[in-house]
Design a protein around this ligand. Sequence first.
Ligand code: DGL
Length: 264
Amino acid sequence: MEGPIGIIDSGVGGLTVVKELRNKLPNESIIYIGDDKRCPYGPRPAEEVRQFTIEMASALSKMGIKMLVIACNTATAVALDDIRELFNFPVVGVIVPGARAAVTASTTGKIAVLGTLGTIKSGAYSMEIAQQSPSATVFPLACPEFVPLVESGQYKSDYASTIVDRTLSNLAGKDFDAAILGCTHYPLLEDHIKKSLPANVKVISSAVETVHDIERELKERNILNESKQSVEPIFYTTGLRTAFHEIVCDWLFIENPDVRHLTL
Ligand code: DGL
């Protein structure tokens, strides 16, 4: 089936899922919305994030998507069930796959969860990990400074390294062997995060596992795109096109990405 897959995030974070999806299923067409104008979602009340998520899903619904991926942990945590109820297309979130990847990777069952304030406050990861592995221990940590570092394009800077180091020092003395990047923006800070955590800790991005779920769902529903032609994604941002464009080029290695402005 040729319809596009819709992917949403508060900003550029969902591009980490787009990257994996393009590697695994290059024939699928993608329409992405990043709500950069209202980013970050993390400190906002759950009701507001739910409302913004519905607005993005509605815009994509009008564009005729065959599936929606909520490539934002904060939005998945508070809005996944509502979105599934409101729309007819299948909806994939990032928290169940992220938790599964970490539970699989950890040998001690002690797992750190790095996320936004909203995600950590929701307890969504702790609940999901407990469901998948009742004996697991979770160390949740909100990292509110991380998303602004990424959105402002400073993710490679020494300043980012200092902030990451300082934030993760809150986990000192905690004994864990896996850390989930429980925010889709965080893989852009992965090098700094790895440097700041003990060498034995496996750093898990939910993006790869999420793409497994997307593929499974597409196959089960018989809506995989069988055409052999790969298509370039269309990106919409509610914020500044130039800033978004730069991060798409840098992160996805697309030379001339189709970045458009969207008002929600
Ligand atoms: N990428 C979003 C997430 O995974 C970031 C949320 C935010 O804007 O604070 O949670």
